[in-house]
Design a protein around this ligand. Sequence first.
Ligand code: ATP
Ligand code: MG
Ligand code: MG
Ligand code: MG
Length: 564
Amino acid sequence: MNNANITRMSALYAPTLKEDPTDAEIASHKLLLRAGFIRKTAAGIYTFLPLGKRVLTKIENIVREEMDACGAQEIRMPMLQPEELWQESGRADAYGPERMRLNDRHDHEFCLGPTHEELITALVRAELRSYKQLPLNMYQIQTKFRDEIRPRFGLLRSREFVMKDGYSFHDTQESLQEEYDRMYAAYERICARCGLEFRPVQADAGQIGGAVTCEFHALAEAGESALVYCDCGYAASDEVGEGLARPTVYDVPEMQKVATPGVHTIAELAEFLGIPESSTVKALSGKNDEGKLVVLFVPGDHEVNEEKAARAAGGFTILTDDDMEAYGLHKGSMGPVGLPEGAFVIAANSLKAVPKWVVGANEDGYHYVGAQLGKDFKVDQWADIITVKPGDCCPKCGMELKGARGIEVAQVFQLGDKYSRAMNATFMNKDGKEQPFIMGCYGVGVSRTLAAIIEQHNDENGMIWPMSVAPAHVCILPLATGDDLVQPAAEKLAEELAGLGLEVVIDDRKERAGVKFAEADLMGWPLQIVMGKRGLAEGKVEIKRRATGERRDISLEALSEALT
Ligand code: ATP
Ligand code: MG
Ligand code: MG
Ligand code: MG
């Protein structure tokens, strides 16, 4: 009889490797390959083998449960997206070469969706018509495509990956804030249920846009982001400080026309200004005396408000939201959207020491002319700039900040009306007026989370799965297969445990004990039950917890009790 909860190693397709694959640098990538969870199809493109697929499904289900519990509704949008939608949103060029584009036989342009803001905005705009239908939150769990410049680290940065992406629609900012908070809390639960040690981190809105956003980082040495955090709960990534914009980098060749000689890095800038290098950075925009747009980077000192900064900077007018839009900027947002041609970008690292050159921004020699964030400043280079460093004072409580590396597993955004306005997606509000939707979006990197879990749960022998996402809960290792006593006893135990609702693997292969032990450790089953002839004669088996290595003998009777 076939019990769906019992897996036989003799039948399982999980080809293992004895040696570390040479092209894998980090634990999750090595182990996923070695334990036969995934196989590479092309650079950044992987097949999930049965064990990998099982874990993926478990993570998906945790995400699904948490989303459904919040009242979000699951849908499935196409992966193939018509190019027109991206033209409409204005993101066609801004998103850049990460978008995989293709044409159909009629030469119509499409892309393989890297994210779905455009698609869902177009989806609801004809039929979600009244504030009475709001709020609405819909999500999908689906394959995404991004032609990453450097696909690497296996599932951590791949070109085809699984993401849960959700989008919410609101009539008021308050309603968006409520949903954002609800999603934030759900994301914390998702990370916790996946067994991750994580930190919610202030973040940059990247290509998605929007003003308020938070990234969830799994702490791991393999992480690509440098984080600072404080026990009081404050955390920030190196990519961004307190505010919205990333600080700028000055070593782009095109920027050699940069007016301030010898200033190519934040360190040099700091030296030039005679101020400490580290500080959280906040972006403010203003018009200078000539009416040109000026972006001023100032520290994210909580005392600083925009008016004060404007006064300190002299000659600046802080842009209103309408001004921002006139400059093609999203309301309240700065770096990610890009600045219009001809904008001035200047930087100050400390407001207390706003230097004369900031005030004199119109004079030659004190500003960058024609700089466009995102175009002139490449994202990769931004990442090198650390504006808040370990050892700095926490901007919230003043204690010393600690450093860590993190893997961005999820992100929540308040999009505002960036997409609904651009794509003319409106509804009838309470006052009977047409109004663009106020939107939020929420993403979890499902396949990246799988790798992040391994980064946090492994040792020199292999993976160590938390129960909640393990490909199976318990592995039975009969050491004398074919034996009249051991094999039938193992089968019986497997049936019993499966009957208790446990997912059971039985290593029924005619392999040496050493091979079975090594592979069981490699695959990381949370519990192993070793059945040998001698023990069984006394009615005993050995149970081993993979996480602690703790082993003990236990009678078969006591076993089912212990496992439930
Ligand atoms: P990153 O900063 O690592 O490039 P992102 O900020 O571009 O990620 P989002 O647009 O916020 O990614 O997408 C939501 C989630 O999708 C991310 O938090 C991450 O977990 C996951 N993700 C993004 N890019 C990849 C990728 N190339 N491979 C695997 N997962 C990814
Ligand atoms: Mg990215
Ligand atoms: Mg990111
Ligand atoms: Mg992100």
